[in-house]
Design a protein around this ligand. Structure first.
Ligand code: HPA
Length: 306
């Protein structure tokens, strides 16, 4: 537990309160009060007191892409539940916050994410992202499984996310604009940080990995698309489609984080391939691509210049 008086002397909590735009005694009135609670619990677990100790990069692992956290020289492994982060409700998402170092950088891996289709609101879906922002983490790297729409994509390909289409029918920033986290009307021209994309391309080339690039369309799910919906998505400029990622990217950009991400093409989108879609296939292909995705993320983190 945090000792009395720690709020005044802990630089991370002071930073979080400053970003939230509230005094400590007013936290309960903030839309970020649950995120702040998670920050206090993470601090209680880690003993962090200064922003130099918090991670430089946070990584979100998507469906079936678990295992990346094993690459960390681990310092802390904390079940989401223990620090007030929502636990994923579907198989293949384990729900642990793993903190350690990788190639000399301080990294937090969010092993598992919660999805809008599980019935959570956007505050819950984006809470882990905002906890990272409140901890002062400047960069968020996202991964996901997606259906390939672009005819140049094959199952197992990696797609660097150049941009997204938020088709979830809502926006995580709807509602009161929390404190000093970011502007009311955030610019999304560079939602996906160009300098991070450049590093992804350079490191993929260095590793000899083929890295496609494209636009990720976020549907709310949980159904996969109909073939007609996939034709529509293609017509409006989507290269791949999934059920996550856009909310976190929006919340992170709003909070001033730099954002990068990769989709694993786990299947041909509905109506464009030979077979029907299944979560088993998505997990299998995701796991098989996990090694090359892990190599790529590790190389990008090692570079770390954006
Ligand atoms: N559609 C939506 N989400 C997905 C898909 C898909 O085809 N594959 C993996 N996640």
């Amino acid at each position: 537990m945090i000792e009395k008086g720690a709020f005044m002397s802990n630089q991370i909590l002071a930073h979080a309160l400053e970003r939230m735009g509230v005094a400590e005694y007013n936290v309960s009135g903030s839309p970020l009060s649950k995120a702040y609670w998670s920050v206090t619990q993470i601090i209680a677990r880690t003993g962090w007191t200064t922003l130099e100790q918090t991670p430089e990069i946070a990584v979100v692992l998507g469906s079936g892409l678990g295992g990346f956290e094993k690459r960390l020289h681990s310092q802390f492994e904390i079940p989401f539940h223990d620090v007030g982060l929502p636990a994923p409700g579907i198989p293949g998402h384990s729900g642990r916050l793993c903190i350690g170092t990788l190639s000399g950088h301080r990294v937090a891996v969010l092993a598992g994410r919660v999805h809008y289709y599980e019935g959570h609101d956007f505050e819950t879906v984006c809470r882990a992202t905002r906890v990272m922002a409140l901890l002062g983490v400047p960069t968020l790297l996202l991964s996901n499984a997606a259906g390939g729409i672009n005819p140049d994509f094959a199952v197992g390909d990696l797609m660097l996310i150049r941009d997204h289409l938020n088709l979830m029918g809502d926006n995580p920033l709807r509602g009161p604009n929390p404190g000093n986290l970011g502007p009311r009307f955030p610019d999304m021209t560079t939602a996906w940080t160009p300098a991070i994309r450049q590093v992804f391309k350079e490191q993929a080339a260095r590793l000899g990995l083929t890295l496609k690039e494209g636009v990720y369309a976020a549907n709310c799910g949980p159904t996969y698309e109909t073939p007609a919906e996939v034709r529509m998505l293609k017509a409006i400029g989507a290269d791949a489609v999934g059920m996550s990622t856009a909310p976190e990217a929006i919340a992170a950009r709003h909070a001033g984080m730099r954002v990068g991400g990769v989709s694993v093409v786990t299947n041909a989108a509905a109506g464009t391939g030979a077979s029907e879609l299944s979560h088993e296939e998505v997990k299998e292909v995701g796991a098989a691509a996990g090694v090359k995705l892990g190599d790529l993320f590790e190389a990008v983190i090692a570079d770390g210049k954006w």
